[in-house]
Design a binder for this molecule. Structure first.
Ligand code: FUC
Length: 841
């Protein structure tokens, strides 16, 4: 009897302990999940609001209990309309400007470029916000238990708070399959939800706001007319031709809904569902004939028929299909229990490996959310933009920023997200053909340093930035790089014309420079940067290192593609003979990789652009194993430039240090990047509380550069082999990543390391062919058998390395030898579909 009582009591206590543990666990889990950004206060400003997107629609959610703001975007809402902006005077000035350059008359050349090359019609159109949906709640009492999160495993934002003992919750997502934004408001007591909904767009935009059927609030309007201040008086205004329709249908359960002329009011509802639909009349860069109103109404009509649960499921299933392909575990620490803004603030001086992993995955989240097949590529702000005149027009800056957006696409298993960029290249290869003809009298196609929704190709802004005819040449590398991962010849066939056109432009305009007779691009610039011995805004030059590298890559890759597709034998010959006449890379007197043909680099110069390091990353012209002097030169350049810079620049440097096989330096830069900015006293590049990259201001390229950089630390496949954990920092002793991709159709199904050594790798071969693995520690096959030691060139065609010209080394240089950790190199012959498992010996 006694025993029974004791036992029952113990049992009860146990139940209580277990259930309270479960409760605690639930709480900590929701706050500590590795894939959540969370905060204990509403967003105080836009840089604290949380981004949602489905590749077309964007929403920034503030999570304010009283005055909620959902700032809205649609990726085809830009200023202006279909137009071209060529400057026909360029062709006549081309030989004069070359003469000036070859006589080192840079200021005169700069002036002539401004007069005759820079557009006199338009300087590119800004991307614009739709505006705001504001929900003004009636509860003014004090809020407790506030919590908001962005769950990037499900692409859903949630806000929770308690007022007067009532627990309120808001859930919102931008549905991928259903093309609307859905928001659900609930409370744990009936009749407690009361608010007023309005819409607005920043001044000076004019909009019509009205209600339909007593339950839909509509705001319509047009993208702005545009005329850049830099243009001459007689330049035309580019009329705003994009019409948009944004509408929200409010469906309450219980309570009352009333419509006035320009607002909807909900009183005492139990729960409320909002369906936000936005559409424009955009069809393509030359056609704006769609019906924005019908489109928006149709999306809404379809979505509202569905059950909320089904909408959520459709959305998360779609999203997870991409997101779940890669997982990353770098370990965790106590820091992971804190709110995200606190973690960002403390990252640099603490130890929070899970935040680096979250930052990596956030980049993948942002790419899935801002770049979907059939849509527009992610622009300077992805698709999240609160302004009518955003910084740098939030356009496509194609001298680094747009390319950086897509660095993570292939390697982090998001190849579909690359498609909008590939499509843009195809379109530019059409619009850029006229520019090549009109401005340069050249074959092929050209773009300069900016483009926009209308696929403009002309130099804009001013010669300092715009006089760079290599934007298309850089972008086109992406179409080949995608092939390097998928090995799909049918795909290659569809993009080959863009490559051929970009190569033909190079062949057409390359011209011999007087000193060595090397073929160079002139006029051009090393993006946005001139030698410090010249005046600050004088960047114009010829034969800059980055251009030479880009031309080398363009011709090499086009030769390769033409051979694979059995096309254009004559053109191939021409490209081969041209390659031999390009300038070699040079190491200058400060032991640096030269940025220009002349040895003019200044070791004190810490300019954010590191364009000549394109050859190290994203390209593979510079290698520790093949080109040690250039490798050292690149390292010295990077040391001269220093670490702190704008967001994108620091993130490029993470990739570069990873390629220099220095994981600790790459990690140091992660600390420079993951530092809280946007609060009083903060300076320089870094990260806002919402974990978006700060140039400052917000630019999304840094987020994508980070994701790519972390990947480069774990797996590289550009230099003749798959290099496992090539640049692991000491702090990430143990970890695991799954789902990364390597060139030649290999998938790193799993890669686990322990104590800094590869413990296990599972690699799937999707195309067959030789799998060459490089590792710092000895590996064996899973069955204990020895791996074949690799010798000679990798026979796998995807692992051919570029045969560059022998570099020139300045007599004044004194380059240290490269000291590299020894590696093991193995070959495994694979069949299509085969899975290879290797273990630490
Ligand atoms: C280039 C960079 C700037 C900025 C802008 C969008 O002009 O030099 O830093 O990122 O693009």
């Amino acid at each position: 009897m006694k025993l029974k009582t004791v036992w029952t009591a113990t049992f009860l206590v146990l139940i209580i302990i277990v259930s309270s543990c479960a409760n605690n666990e639930q709480k900590t889990q929701s706050k500590n999940s590795n894939l959540k950004l969370w905060y204990d206060a509403p967003a105080a400003n836009w840089n604290e609001a949380l981004p949602l997107g489905n590749g077309r629609l964007g929403a920034m959610v503030f999570g304010n209990p009283t005055n909620e703001n959902i700032q809205l975007n649609e990726l085809t809402l830009w200023a202006g309309g279909p137009h071209r902006n060529d400057n026909p005077l360029a062709k006549g000035a081309l030989s004069d400007i070359r003469k000036l350059l070859f006589n080192k008359k840079y200021e005169e050349a700069h002036r002539l470029a401004n007069e005759k090359f820079i557009s006199k019609v338009a300087h590119g159109m800004p991307y614009e916000t739709v505006g705001n949906l504001r929900l003004n709640f009636k509860n003014q009492d004090s809020v407790s238990n506030y919590y908001r999160e962005l769950d990037i495993e499900n692409a859903i934002n949630t806000t929770k708070y308690t007022i007067d003992g009532v627990e309120f919750q808001r859930e919102i997502f931008t549905s991928f399959p259903d093309e609307v934004i859905v928001m659900k408001l609930t409370a744990n007591k009936k009749g407690k939800i009361s608010f007023n909904a309005t819409m607005d767009r920043p001044e000076p935009a004019k909009v019509s706001i009205f209600t339909e059927n007593d339950n839909v609030l509509v705001m319509t309007g047009f993208g702005s007319d545009n005329k850049n201040k830099r243009l001459p008086k007689e330049a035309p205004t580019i009329e705003g031709k994009i019409e948009f329709d944004s509408r929200v249908k409010i469906v309450p359960e219980g309570g009352k809904l009333t419509a006035s002329n320009d607002a909807l009011e909900v009183e005492n509802a139990d729960s409320v569902t909002l369906y936000i639909s936005i559409a424009t009349n955009f069809v393509n860069y030359k056609d704006v004939s769609a019906d924005a109103h019908k489109r928006a109404a149709n999306y809404l009509a379809k979505a509202e028929k569905k059950d909320y649960k089904d909408l959520v499921k459709g959305h998360t299933d779609f999203y997870k299909n991409y997101f779940n392909r890669v997982s990353l575990d770098l370990g965790t620490s106590e820091a992971a229990k804190k709110p995200t803004d606190v973690r960002i603030k403390e990252f640099r001086d603490g130890f929070d490996p899970a935040l680096a992993a979250l930052y990596f995955q956030y980049g993948r989240y942002l790419l899935i959310s801002s770049s979907q097949p059939g849509g527009q590529p992610a622009n300077l702000q992805g698709l999240w933009c609160k302004d009518l005149t955003p910084p740098w027009k939030s356009a496509y800056t194609i001298n680094i920023n747009t390319e950086m957006n897509y660095w993570p696409a292939e390697v982090t298993n998001l190849t579909e997200m690359h498609e909008p960029l590939i499509e843009m290249v195809k379109e530019l290869s059409v619009t850029g053909q006229e520019t090549a003809e009109v401005m340069y009298g050249a074959d092929g196609w050209v773009t300069h340093h900016n483009t926009d929704l209308w696929r403009i190709c002309e130099p804009v802004d001013g010669a300092t930035w715009g006089m760079w005819p290599m934007g298309g040449t850089w972008l086109t590398q992406h179409v080949w790089d995608k092939y390097m991962f998928n090995g799909d010849l049918e795909y290659l066939e569809t993009v080959y014309p863009t490559m051929k056109g970009a190569a033909k432009f190079c062949l057409s305009v390359l011209t011999p420079e007087p000193e060595n007779g090397w073929l160079v691009i002139a006029p051009s610039i090393s993006p946005e940067h001139g030698p410090s011995i010249r005046k600050k805004n004088i960047t114009i030059d010829d034969g800059t290192t980055m251009d030479n590298q880009l031309v080398f890559d363009m011709l090499t890759k086009t030769i390769e593609a033409a051979k694979l597709l059995n096309k254009d034998a004559d053109l191939v010959k021409k490209m081969e003979t041209t390659l031999a006449k390009l300038p070699p890379m040079q190491v200058g007197k400060h032991n640096q990789l030269q940025e220009w043909l002349e040895d003019l680099d200044d070791p004190e110069d810490n300019h954010r652009h590191v364009s000549h390091l394109y050859g190290l990353f994203p390209s593979n012209l510079i290698s520790p194993y093949r080109t040690p002097e250039l490798f050292k030169g690149a390292e010295n350049t990077l040391i001269h430039r220093g670490d702190p810079s704008t967001g994108w620049s620091m993130n490029w440097k993470i990739n570069l240090w990873a390629r220099l096989l220095d994981g600790n330096h790459a990690y140091k830069l992660m600390g420079d990047q993951i530092k809280l900015v946007g609060r009083p006293g903060s300076k320089g590049g870094g990260t806002y509380a919402n974990m978006l990259d700060a140039h400052p201001p917000f630019q999304i390229d840094g987020n994508f550069g980070f994701t790519s950089g972390l990947t480069e630390m774990l797996v590289q496949s550009h230099d003749g082999a798959i290099h496992l954990i090539p640049a692991l920092p000491d702090v990430w002793k143990d970890g695991k990543v799954s789902g990364l991709r390597a060139r030649g159709g290999f998938e790193i199904v799993e890669l686990e390391w322990r104590d800094g050594k590869v413990a296990k790798a599972i690699i799937k071969s999707n195309l067959g062919g030789n799998l060459r693995i490089r590792s710092y520690n000895e590996l064996i096959l899973q069955d204990g058998g020895d791996l074949k030691v690799a010798t000679g060139e990798n026979p796998n065609a995807f692992y051919q390395v570029p045969k560059i010209k022998k570099p020139l080394i300045s007599k004044a240089a004194n380059i240290e030898e490269v000291s590299l950790k020894p590696t093991y190199l193995y070959d495994v012959e694979t069949k299509k579909g085969e899975v290879i498992v290797v273990l630490q010996k």
